[in-house]
Design a protein. Sequence first.
Length: 322
Amino acid sequence: MAKKDHQEETIESASETLHRIFDGQGSSLGNQMADESSRYDALQKAKFPKPKRTRLIAIANQKGGVGKTTSTVNLAAAMAKYGAQVLVIDMDPQGNASTALGVPHASGDPSTYDVLEGRSSIEDVISVCPDFPTLDVVPASIDLSGAELEVADMPNRNTLLKEALEKYLRQSEKHYDYVFIDCPPSLGLLVINAMCAVTEMLIPIQAEYYALEGLGQLINTIGLVQDHFNPVLLVSTMLVTMFDRRTLLSREVFNEVKGHYPNIVLDTTIPRSVKISEAPSFSQSVIAYDPRGLGAIAYGEAALEIAKRSQHVLDALDARRK
């Protein structure tokens, strides 16, 4: 019995093993592996608090290539993995979020295009992500690119998505903790529809020199939507993406953005990662494709930070409604 007790005492975690093997050898790879392992272990033990009511979040940045769709699908997948019921609405005609979440979205398939045009309800076009049973997806196809012109003369053209989403959430048997809307890289009618349908904006910002260029224009557009259509709308979250901790530039960009928006920039940053880029080609989020990798860990930590801020954000929204 004493021998068994001794064996149990000497069992170590993966991160402890890596620290023991590499410690003191100056191995940056070993230190990185140990760091990843300990962060992964911490995530598995973390409690993701659920918001008291559904959080409606649009992810937008008119600047392309900043990790907007990547952040949408991976934050949604991380939330679903750690216990939340999540709905993703793809409002980008490129349909990249639909691809990454493994749902069909060929031209002619039921999609957000049919919802905006009034031919279908959200319930008619919804699919379940094959990797996460609590993650539902409303896909987008290239057909959506014609919607802006086709609905331009409708009197309720700015609130088509809002009306469809409110109806679905009212009638659905499921209670969603989060609704994420992936916006196209523009400031057109599709983005206005997304902004009118949500109460929160999440803005991904690339850790590069031009990160703040165009951010003012986006904030200005959000302000116009607040003034004319959706006074409750709140920029609740900013997420720095494509962060390279080895470079001074990445750290400077993060500090600059954090200095401007100290209360809404997440402490978590998303690193540049081959696995994050590879995952969509396998019709997967990085959360499913490489769950123990640095990209999945970072998105998991960002999701945890968003979840822990829920009450603060909901309180701020309540204050705006008064």
